[in-house]
Design a binder for this molecule. Structure first.
Ligand SMILES: Cc1cc2nc3c(=O)[nH]c(=O)nc-3n(C[C@H](O)[C@H](O)[C@H](O)COP(=O)(O)O)c2cc1C
Ligand SMILES: C=C(O[C@@H]1CC(C(=O)O)=C[C@@H](OP(=O)(O)O)[C@H]1O)C(=O)O
Length: 388
């Protein structure tokens, strides 16, 4: 079973990831993971924190000479900002707990609910872990999954398709084309016109002291049919993908394939008819299902979209209540991103990669990459030949 845990506070020393269940013999380097960490830091609309951080992974265990050992992989990403928070975030008795105490909960954040749940006086105790800084550890895990999938010829491409009211038609093409066009845009949107309009929208929001959300799309190519399962609710891959994507801070809606648009379509235009040719095997000419039927991959690309709400910390703060005085106040503000949809897109790719990798390991198993690939290729051959 493939699993991972993360630890770390936003202004603590570091973020940590421990991955268990990756087979031995997977080529993996820190540089490869760092590429994804860099992409997550990018995207127009990020705030002052990203000028402090320069996320780099340190591989602490589970990899030797560039190859995984089958043992737990421990990854560490240091917080540069820790230097500015040493006294306040110090785990020892010398911590200056009375400094920069936050008692004004921000609407849209875990601040109020978290303080009530854990009986905290200082809301910092909530926001330090509720912060999306944690997603650096998830992107590190996702990069390992992505590397694993590459070995099976499974690749991912993410793109931003909406920021505020600016919409783009999702780009079509090979995953490499979509990726390179998206990465060339400051907001990871392959359409140059829409990309420029999105940047302008973010600038306008920033000037107004406001923030913006949007929509991103992640596609997975080269997926064999048969990943996931229809036999039990918690093994359905659609459900697992939705949970993983919804768990990204700020994500409020997830759809697969045509998703919410299906509500207004008749059945005759909502599904994907089935064809067969000796060369292609079974195939579809549409992919309205987004590659998943009955919680199982059907051989078409997986298409997942997610909506991110606007960033809740506002320079022109919303109304709140001071939890110490119970008086009406403006919500807390120190600094914040104006828009993090491009970063969320990279995080989306990471969590989707993780779920697909986990589903591959469940189906094909193996302690080594060689064993896994052998089983994967045997299965693909059977499917291609139309054998049962
Ligand atoms: C990459 C990324 C960056 C974010 N940056 C900020 C930020 O600077 N300020 C903020 O208030 N929220 C930010 N958020 C959103 C909050 O973390 C999120 O809204 C909050 O934790 C509440 O969770 P929920 O929106 O899922 O309910 C960011 C989210 C992501 C994914
Ligand atoms: C640090 C990151 O994102 C942070 C996510 C975040 C939040 O509330 O979610 C709040 C901000 O933190 P800070 O107040 O330190 O600027 C963001 O910068 C990151 O993505 O690396």
């Amino acid at each position: 079973m493939l699993r991972y845990l993360t630890a770390g506070e936003s202004h603590g020393q570091a973020l940590l990831t421990i991955i268990e269940g990756m087979p031995a013999g997977l080529w993996l380097t820190a540089d490869y993971i760092d590429r994804q960490l860099e992409r997550r830091q990018g995207g127009y609309g990020r705030g002052a924190r990203q000028r402090i951080e320069r996320d780099r992974v340190e591989i602490l265990s589970g990899v030797r000479g560039g190859f995984t050992l089958g043992s737990p992989i421990a990854l560490k990403i240091a917080n540069r900002d820790w230097e500015n928070w040493r006294e306040i975030m110090n785990p020892g008795l010398e911590a200056r707990l009375d400094e920069r105490v936050i008692t004004r909960p921000r609407p849209g954040h875990a601040d109020l609910a978290g303080a009530l749940k854990y009986a905290f006086y200082d809301l910092r105790n909530v926001l330090e872990r509720a912060s999306a800084r944690e997603t650096v550890a998830r992107v590190a895990a996702g990069a390992v999954a992505r590397r694993f999938l590459e070995e099976l010829g499974i690749t991912l491409a993410g793109q931003v398709v909406q920021i505020g009211e600016v919409k783009a038609v999702p780009a079509e093409g090979t995953p490499e084309e979509i990726r390179s066009q998206a990465d060339a845009s400051p907001v990871y949107c392959p359409d140059p016109q829409a990309s420029a309009a999105m940047v302008e929208a973010i600038e306008r929001a920033e000037k107004a002291g406001d923030t913006l959300g949007g929509i991103f799309e992640v596609r997975v190519y080269g997926v064999p049919p048969g990943l996931g399962s229809y036999v039990h609710w918690d093994r359905r891959l659609d459900g697992r993908l939705a949970q993983a994507v919804m768990s990204i801070p700020g994500i409020k809606g997830v759809e697969i394939g045509l998703g919410f648009a299906l509500a207004s379509l008749p059945g005759s235009r909502a599904h994907d008819e089935i064809f067969y040719s000796p060369v292609q095997g079974y195939y579809r000419v549409t992919n309205r299902a987004g590659g998943l039927e009955g919680g199982v991959t059907n051989g078409e690309p997986i298409v997942v979209r997610a909506v991110m709400k606007p960033i809740p910390t506002l320079r022109k703060p919303l109304r709140s209540v001071d939890m110490f005085t119970k008086e009406p106040v403006a919500a807390a503000y120190e600094r914040a991103d104006v828009c993090a949809v491009p970063a969320a897109c990279v995080i989306g790719e990471a969590v989707v990669a993780w779920e697909v990798a986990a589903a591959c390991l469940e189906k094909f198993g193996g302690d080594t990459m060689a064993e896994l690939k052998e089983s994967f290729l045997r299965y693909k051959t059977r499917i291609r030949r139309g054998e049962r």
